[in-house]
Design a protein around this ligand. Structure first.
Ligand code: AMP
Length: 279
């Protein structure tokens, strides 16, 4: 496995791989790998000739400076795990290499990026789509892998790819969970033992929503109220939003008459967590 640090070197490599007729799979990440990341890497390895993973804690997608500063980083451990997962190349550029002096161009997706995470984290998706655009131009992948854990992010990237005719297939892969159900997240490393226990309430609220739908409840507002009742039981959880929405448009639903996405965002202590389930 090779580590590449400069955008130019990555582009030259991508050109060479494409000349050789290789199919390139790409997993963009912010590092501090867990099984969620590794599942994407393994899938990329299965479906492509060459797998590239980027590790870049993208400063322009953070809406809070403290979140950026406390974001877990573990390059040495990540390289070891990526190698074990069969990754061929790790792209680990510096912020200066990605955003050199004078940088002033951004990619901004419309309506679908405004709701939920977009409303709670101003500028977040603009930072994501700008970084992902750059990374796509460096890695030139045939396929790119995203986790359902960040469902809206995957949808926003899909929208961008369709609207701007990027020649890349976006694959959304299932959320990987801890044995007790907590969605794996790099930010979980920042939870105290009490907070770790409290964080499970996000999953519990989603499970209750799924149970309600399966038992025939169609009133989305009642389901959301039930989720809220669960989340507010735990004093360490400070709710940001609960969404019951259309899985493609992300518009809020009044009634459940087909597929529905339940999504939740909450602070557990100082750590902001998100999770979702598609029913
Ligand atoms: P991050 O490093 O958190 O930006 O995540 C990099 C990629 O891994 C994104 O596409 C995430 O959606 C995905 N990911 C993060 N957590 C999980 C998880 N628990 N299961 C599956 N994919 C995940």
């Amino acid at each position: 496995m090779h580590v590449i640090e400069t955008p130019r070197a990555m582009q030259q490599l991508a050109d060479q791989l494409r000349v050789e007729g290789k199919r390139i799979g790409f997993v963009p990440t912010m590092g501090a790998f867990h099984e969620g990341h590794l599942s994407l890497m393994r899938r990329s390895r299965e479906e492509n000739d060459i797998s590239v993973v980027s590790i870049f804690v993208n400063p322009i997608q953070f809406d809070r400076q403290d979140d950026f500063e406390t974001y877990p980083r573990d390059l040495t451990g990540d390289l070891k795990r990526a190698k074990e997962a069969g990754v061929d190349y790790v792209l680990a550029p510096s912020a200066e290499a990605m955003y050199p002096h004078g940088f002033q161009t951004f990619v901004k997706v419309g309506e679908i990026a405004k709701r939920w995470e977009g409303a709670s984290r101003p500028g977040h998706f603009k930072g994501v789509t700008t970084a992902v655009t750059k990374l796509f131009h460096l890695v030139k992948p045939h396929r790119a892998y995203f986790g359902q854990k960040d469902y809206q992010q995957a949808l926003v990237v899909k929208r961008m790819v369709a609207d701007l005719s990027f020649d890349v297939e976006i694959r959304m892969m299932p959320t990987i969970r801890e044995p007790d159900g907590l969605a794996m997240s790099s930010r979980n490393a920042n939870l105290s033992p009490e907070e770790r226990r409290a964080a499970l309430y996000l999953y519990r609220s989603l499970q209750s929503a799924e149970e309600q739908v399966r038992s025939g409840e169609q009133d989305a507002r009642r389901i959301v109220e039930g989720m809220k009742a669960i989340l507010t039981q735990e004093p360490l959880v400070r709710l940001d939003y609960i969404a019951a929405c259309h899985p493609e448009t992300l518009e809020p639903l009044q009634r459940v008459e087909g597929p529905v996405l339940f999504a939740v965002a909450a602070f557990v202590g100082k750590t902001r967590l998100i999770d979702n389930c598609l029913v």
